[in-house]
Design a protein around this ligand. Structure first.
Ligand SMILES: [Mg+2]
Length: 312
């Protein structure tokens, strides 16, 4: 049997069975060290899978840190220390240095620190980050309660549109197109939500593979049904302009586009914080699955082994 037959999730299920671990299954692993909860996570960016070698190298470094910070924040934590494993063909030294300038900028922004790593030769550039975070209270995918409201932290679908624009390799881009490209190249992890999540959320994760599939993951882990309202799903002006220009449906981008790194979380309506950009997109109900305006939504989105070449 090939990986393409069981998909990314099928593989993870099998590996979990081998390891027989109760912890695996959230964006980070909460472990107890010296009496406090520490969050562990890792994520890799692979050349021609997540980025092209022609991308600005500093953006690759920025994104490698950001996607890991996003997982820590999703579980109510703040990032602390990172290790980076590099796999490199014989590229220009300046390329690697520029990747690290992006890493440094991200670490300054998120207030974390790279404290080591590893280098190996390989055929493609890979930047693998292992990140440790701290939290007052871990919040995973399992705690959504019937009656909770479902929230996202910001517009969805921009990154996917940005990727499509990048792949068009146009000579000149309009301003709104450049904004979408920037959101794909340099996503910002929502560190501004860390406290709110750890204090108030019942369930939380980041949206890395698309709202549709990630909402399914949260619903399944919590044993609930998520009923989403399409009119409440935040869509940026830039994505609207993109869709108008190319005859596309922005809602499809919001549901299926990945790599926005916004947060998806649930808690009672009364815990709404007007000082954060929280968008109330649905409610948690008894049952299972994800519904949009009362119609079932398929768990479609990005799967490393099933979907061919959607990333690049
Ligand atoms: Mg995640």
């Amino acid at each position: 049997m090939r990986l393409s037959q069981i998909g990314e999730l099928g593989l993870i299920e099998r590996l979990k069975r081998i390891l027989d671990s109760q912890i695996i299954g959230d964006d980070t692993a909460p472990v107890n060290l010296g009496g406090s909860t520490v969050l562990l996570t890792c994520d890799t960016l692979v050349e021609d899978r997540h980025f092209k070698i022609s991308y600005p190298p500093s953006a690759i470094g920025w994104k490698a840190i950001s996607v890991n910070v996003s997982d820590v924040v999703a579980n109510g934590g703040t990032p602390a220390y990172a290790l980076i494993s590099l796999v490199l063909p014989d590229v220009q030294v300046s390329f690697v240095e520029e990747v690290y300038l992006g890493v440094k900028k991200a670490c300054e922004f998120y207030r974390c620190q790279v404290v080591g790593g590893n280098v190996s030769k390989g055929d493609k550039v890979c930047v693998d980050v292992f990140l440790v975070g701290e939290t007052e209270r871990f919040v995973g995918r399992r705690g959504a309660m019937e009656g909770d409201w479902v929230f996202v932290s910001g517009p969805l679908g921009d990154s996917r549109a940005g990727l499509e624009l990048l792949l068009m390799e146009k000579k000149n881009y309009e301003d709104f197109e450049l904004s979408l490209i920037e959101r794909h190249l340099r996503p910002t992890a929502r560190v501004d939500f860390a406290k709110h999540i750890s204090k108030y959320a019942n369930a939380s994760m980041d949206i890395s593979d698309g709202l549709s599939i990630d909402a399914h993951r949260l619903a399944q882990a919590s044993g609930v049904r998520l009923n989403l309202f399409s009119k409440n799903i935040p869509i940026s002006q830039e994505l609207r302009s993109f869709c108008r220009k190319h005859g596309k449906d922005p809602l499809q981008y919001a549901l299926l586009g990945g790599e926005d790194y916004q947060l998806l979380f649930t808690h009672p309506a009364g815990r709404f914080n007007p000082f954060l950009s929280m968008f109330h997109i649905g409610v948690v109900e008894k049952g299972q699955g994800v519904y949009l305006d009362n119609n079932p939504v398929e768990p479609e989105g990005f799967d490393h082994f099933r979907v061919l070449a959607t990333s690049i």
